[in-house]
Design a protein around this ligand. Sequence first.
Ligand SMILES: Nc1ncnc2c1ncn2[C@@H]1O[C@H](COP(=O)(O)OP(=O)(O)OP(=O)(O)O)[C@@H](O)[C@H]1O
Ligand SMILES: [Mg+2]
Length: 298
Amino acid sequence: MDEAIVVGSLVKRYGSFAAVDGISFTVNKGEIFSLLGPNGAGKTTTIEILECIRSYTSGDARVLGYDVSKPRDAREIKKLIGVLPQDFSTFENLKVGEVVGFFAGLYGGKHEYDDILQSLDLSNDRNKKFDDLSGGMKQKVGIASAIVHEPEIVFLDEPTTGLDPGSRREVWKFITRLKERGKTIFLTTHYMEEAQLLSDHIGIMNRGKIAALDTPQRLIAQYGGCKKVELKLKDESLAAKISQDFETVRKNDKITVYIKNTRDLNRLMVETDYEDIEVMTPTLEDVFLKVVGINLEE
Ligand SMILES: Nc1ncnc2c1ncn2[C@@H]1O[C@H](COP(=O)(O)OP(=O)(O)OP(=O)(O)O)[C@@H](O)[C@H]1O
Ligand SMILES: [Mg+2]
């Protein structure tokens, strides 16, 4: 079995409102899968169903072959997964080392966690009280606690929210190392560069539905749109000629040119006398905005 998670036509209703509205996707073993989407799209609801802590209305959800809706299967799943909830909080008055030690004990008591603390740069904080930590440090303690028992699948619901750029990169490295050790990682994030960098597959959720599902590269090719070239011209009179040949937008002293292919890009660069040029290739952020229907240029 190569599938870690299989979800089919999954629905979660609260009264008449469908928080999850018939989604289907598969997560392969050993990959990083990211579920993206605007606030309220249904990501946490989906994750919690897979973690067997939230019931669902209809459809099917399997984790490592076990059916999340069956209590006996759910007990097996819970042994095989690690969870960082969106709002990780823990017992007051415990120190960092005690929090991670508590979770290690909860899952069998034999787990070493010095390495984990070290790789998240928490070694020097192990005697600090959890309550006295900054938000980002608490988040890292949550990540350490989620993986201390060597789970096969790690669910990380917004693991880097509130982290400074350096800590965020530490967590990226940490997640990459988890993958190298054969773990399957199920991630949600609002940081598109993070999802683009880390993910093997991405699902973009919007209003309870999966609006797009593919590898980051294929999503960018399909939805990312044109390359954009921003030019500051040496001679303003050139703008009219460029606008005849290409789709353009003027803003202050710059002209943005939308480029459909590399030949057009070469032509523009050779034929135009410019003072400054910036070539922007589409990113996952462009894909996200397109797929969830946000047009900033209107
Ligand atoms: N217990 C509940 N009762 C009613 N509605 C709920 C309940 N829990 C969640 N919802 C609704 O379900 C929708 C999806 O919520 P969810 O937490 O899954 O979104 P999300 O994609 O994780 O958003 P965010 O990016 O803000 O974390 C929201 O509209 C939310 O208000
Ligand atoms: Mg959420």
